[in-house]
Write a protein that binds this ligand. Sequence first.
Ligand code: DHB
Ligand code: FE
Length: 254
Amino acid sequence: MSNNRIHAVVSDIVDGIRNALIKHEVTFDEYRAGVMYAVKTGEAGEIPLMLDVFLNSTISDIENAAYGGTEGTIEGPYYLPNAPVIPNGGEIHTYDDDRNVPMLVRGTVKDLQGKPIAGATVDIWHSTPDGYYGGIHNDIPANYYRGKVLTDSEGRYFVRSTVPVPYKIPDQGPTGALLEMMGGHSWRPAHVHFKVRADGYHTLTTQSYFEQGDYVNDDCCNGVRPVQIKPDVLENGEKVIENDFQLAPDVIAA
Ligand code: DHB
Ligand code: FE
C-alpha cells in the first residue's frame, strides 16, 4: 500500500468517524468510554473479531464488484489451508452422530464464458451438527468437516458430508456485548464455506446458506447475499447444496 493510498483511505475513514461524532453530538465522556471499549476489545484479543463482524462483508462486496464471477462473501476465522483431498464423489470425514443429516455438495466450476475448468480445487469447510469446527474446537481433528475436491474434466465436483447448524460467534467478550447493546445477537445462519481456486483465476471465497434457515435474514456478520441462499432440495434423504461457480480471471478489469 503506497503512502498516498494510506493517506487517502485513512483520511476518509477519519472524516467518516468525525461526521458520525458530529451528527450524534458525542460528548467527551462518551468518547472516553468508546476509547476504553476499544482498549477492552484489544485486551480480549477481539480486534479481528470486532472488525470482521462489521467490515469484512463490505470488503467482499468491493471484491465482487472488482472481479465479477460468482459472488463471494466473508472467509471467517476457521479456514485451514491443509484440508485433506477428498476424491471426487467421496466423503468428507465426519463423526457418526445421531444429529447427522446427510448432505451432498455438488456443482461445477466454469470460467466467465461458461467453459468448464478441470482440476479446479473446491475447498469446503463447515460446522459439526453441534456448531463446532474441526481443528479449532473441542479437539475435533483438523481433517474432519473439511476437505478439498478437484473438478473432473467437465468441471464437475461432488462430495458427501453432513448438514451444519447455526453458529454463535464468540459472545462472552466486548464484541458480543456490543452486538447485544445494539439490539442484535451473535448468531450466524448455518453455512457451508467454499474457497475455489484454479491457476490463472481469482480465488473465490464464498458460503452457501439454507433457505428458511434460522438467522439467514439476520446474520450477525452481514455475510449473506441472496444468491448464496440455497433452495431446500432433498434427494434420497440427502440435503443438496449445489453451486455452479464462475471464476473471474486473476486481473481486475481496467
Ligand atoms: C465467525 C465464524 C464463522 O464460522 C464464520 O463463518 C464467520 C465468523 C466468527 O466466529 O467470527
Ligand atoms: Fe463459518
